[in-house]
Ligand binder design. Structure first.
Ligand SMILES: [Zn+2]
Length: 59
């Protein structure tokens, strides 16, 4: 069974579910309507964005 990678655009939590599984809420922060389908490429891009945000406060 195919598994889909999802990412919550609100808290950046990444997880995978089988394609058959339906859900509405982020399993981490519980946000509604913030779940997007992730890909390997965008996953690494999000990681870069997150580390970039962390550095913003230091400059
Ligand atoms: Zn979330």
């Amino acid at each position: 069974m195919a598994r889909i990678n999802y990412v919550c655009t609100k808290c950046k939590y990444k997880f995978s579910r089988s394609q058959e599984t339906a859900f509405k809420l982020c399993p981490y922060c519980g946000a509604q309507g913030s779940i997007g389908v992730d890909t390997q490429d965008s996953a690494s891009r999000i990681l870069n964005e997150v580390s970039g945000y962390d550095r913003m406060g230091e400059d």
